[in-house]
Write a protein that binds this ligand. Structure first.
Ligand SMILES: [Zn+2]
Length: 118
């Protein structure tokens, strides 16, 4: 019966992915890095950036203001509030307060976004 085959194949694919997750993600990352350097990739990246600005202007303004404040030395980048890592990203709880951010390492930033369903 074909349905059984589909289920079997799905289980096989899921198992394969689970076993080779890091390898697959690394290959995918390498592919996108190369693609982003092509002319089409650069244009699409820029188009996505402008689309993001149009869709979330308050997010862009907050990030822009914060980046300038860090560049001008008005704000210092902090350490991760969870693990104290020095490699941090900013996280805005409220975009209307662009200079009030939480500093998180990429891992804890991602975990927080997953928790909040962003
Ligand atoms: Zn951390």
């Amino acid at each position: 019966m074909p349905t059984k085959d589909i289920v079997k194949r799905h289980i096989h694919q899921a198992t394969y992915y689970a076993r080779h997750k890091e390898e697959i993600q690394a290959r995918r990352g390498e592919y996108f890095r190369k693609y982003a350097q092509t002319e089409v990739g650069r244009i699409k990246k820029l188009a996505n950036f402008y689309r993001m600005i149009e869709k979330y202007p308050e997010k862009y303004k907050a990030r822009y203001a914060l980046r300038n404040a860090v560049r001008l030395g008005k704000i210092e980048k902090g350490v991760c509030e969870v693990c104290s890592s020095a490699h941090t990203e900013s996280y805005h709880d409220d975009y209307s307060k662009p200079l009030e951010v939480r500093w998180l390492c990429p891992l804890h930033h991602r975990n927080l976004k997953k928790k909040e369903g962003l």
